[in-house]
Ligand binder design. Sequence first.
Ligand code: SF4
Length: 207
Amino acid sequence: MLSKEQFKEVSRYLDSLFPDAKCELFYSQDYELVIAVMLSAQTTDKSVNAVTSHLFKKYPTLKSLLDADIKDIENEIQSLGLYKNKARNIKGIAEILYHEFNSVLPSDKNELQKLPGIGNKSAGVIRCEIFKIPDLPVDTHIIRISNRLGIAKSSDEPIDIERKLKKIIPEESWIKSHHQLIHFGRYFCTARNPKCNKCKIKKYCKN
Ligand code: SF4
């Protein structure tokens, strides 16, 4: 397990690699981010952006999504896996936000998780991005890096890894570290062929 001091070194390295790491999902309204985050399950942000750039133009308001024909939404997002389920979730998100929350996105984590397809990780992402509430949601990249750096065990659930990371990263850096670890996993410490020969935190790596 890395100490707080050791993670500071990792953090300085991530600062040098990804000083401006941020969410790569496209959205212009907060409910669009909710939909984009839900769509990103088991696919890449790039694939999500490819469908939402058209979907959000065609249905530019929450009400228009609420009134949309689900078959047309399925057609719009069919390049994504699980698209039938995800189309149902889009309709469900629009329905709950419009009728139960008066079209105002809640910041409470439990309330956010009432939206279909939004679990603990997605609610954390939305809180960080929209409300700037410190959180450290753990995705597949962060799981892999935490395992490689010996922060997590392979048997750990994402929630265990989140707890461990929060112990060694100061709260004011949770959002930044969340984005930087994802970028590190996406562009450097990739699942296949990570750039180990260039890596400056190799001494901490168990890979
Ligand atoms: S040495 Fe390789 S696997 Fe380990 S953290 Fe660096 S890039 Fe990732």
